[in-house]
Ligand binder design. Structure first.
Ligand SMILES: C[S@@+](CC[C@H](N)C(=O)[O-])C[C@H]1O[C@@H](n2cnc3c(N)ncnc32)[C@H](O)[C@@H]1O
Length: 299
């Protein structure tokens, strides 16, 4: 379930970790759930060699939305928070975000699957192997894994990889989620580096959901469109959209690890230009997003 892959991203980033403390920040009086989550976080960083250094800071004040805003202004950098309920989240520019896999429950039961555009574009079976090369909060990975496929989730940002690993560990405690969690392999790595590794096994699908400028959802004619959600807004404070050269590299590397009959699927805002300036072989779209499929070249 957990990856043993070495990490390639080695630049160590320091994050303040603000955690809800009982009385006067005394360790022995910490709420049990907070204590447990502190242990999980430091264990995951050590086990997965995540290049993260934490500056632990107990907080006597309630970690309400208003106080989080204040913390964000005070620190002027992304922070990790463990609240009174033991929930780990990333606080960035006043927004608290975290993977919320339980919220996808309805979408990942079979009744909801037929309507998933991503699954229509990916053509997966229960035997399929997938690399989600841009895992983010892991929401699309879960949809990809919902029908039985195994998904390697690549995330270049160590702090996001930490959130993913913590969420996987939390959900694996729920009986109904254990099989799905066991099909996810989270790796903290830059995707092109991973895909270029000689040892990378061939897969059926590589999925790419790269960042795009936050006005990309707008309709080019009306100037109107869907707003970028809170999770994506927060990511814009951490990750830049890839330039053309990076896009080309990513698409080439993704195509190079496909099995015969496999495909790369790229998520785009519906009106966005082609990824890497390459025309897709087939597209699936609704009013807001488009999934472009690039089929495996003759092998
Ligand atoms: C738009 S978000 C993906 C959201 C995701 N599909 C979800 O359902 O939550 C893009 C994510 O991919 C990561 N990413 C972008 N380029 C990457 C790369 N070359 N290698 C690994 N991760 C990458 C970013 O750090 C960011 O977390």
């Amino acid at each position: 379930m957990m990856s043993k892959q070495p990490n390639i991203n080695t630049q160590v980033n320091c994050y303040p970790l603000i955690y809800a403390s009982g009385h006067n920040g005394e360790q022995e009086k910490l709420p049990t759930v907070v204590n447990e989550q502190l242990a999980v976080v430091s264990d995951l960083i050590a086990t997965h060699h995540l290049p993260i250094k934490l500056d632990y800071q107990p907080s006597n004040i309630k970690l309400s939305q208003k106080n989080r805003q204040k913390l964000s202004e005070q620190y002027q950098q992304p922070l990790l928070i463990i609240d009174e309920k033991g929930q780990l989240s990333l606080l960035i520019e006043g927004m608290s975000v975290a993977p919320n896999w339980a919220s996808l429950q309805r979408r990942i039961v079979s009744a909801g699957r037929k309507s998933e555009l991503l699954l229509q574009a990916s053509k997966l079976t229960s035997e399929s192997t997938v690399i989600d090369a841009t895992a983010g909060f892991g929401h699309d990975s879960l949809i990809l894994a919902s029908g039985g496929a195994s998904v390697s989730m690549l995330e270049q940002q160590p702090v996001l990889a930490l959130l993913l690993l913590a969420e996987q560990q939390k959900m694996a405690k729920e009986k109904n989620w254990q099989k799905l969690m066991a099909r996810l392999n989270i790796v903290c790595i830059e995707a092109s580096d991973y895909l270029a590794l000689k040892s990378t096994q061939k897969v059926d699908v590589v999925y790419l959901d790269p960042m795009f400028p936050d006005d990309s959802y707008e309709n080019s004619q009306t100037g109107k469109g869907a707003k970028v959600g809170k999770h994506m807004q927060a990511l814009h404070g951490l990750v830049a959209p890839p330039n053309l050269q990076v896009q080309r590299q990513l698409l080439d590397n993704a195509l190079s690890v496909l099995k015969q009959g496999g495909r790369v699927v790229v998520k785009r805002p519906v009106n966005a230009p082609n990824f890497a300036e390459q025309m897709a072989d087939e597209s699936w779209q609704n009013a807001v997003i488009r999934f472009d499929g690039y089929f495996a070249r003759g092998i």
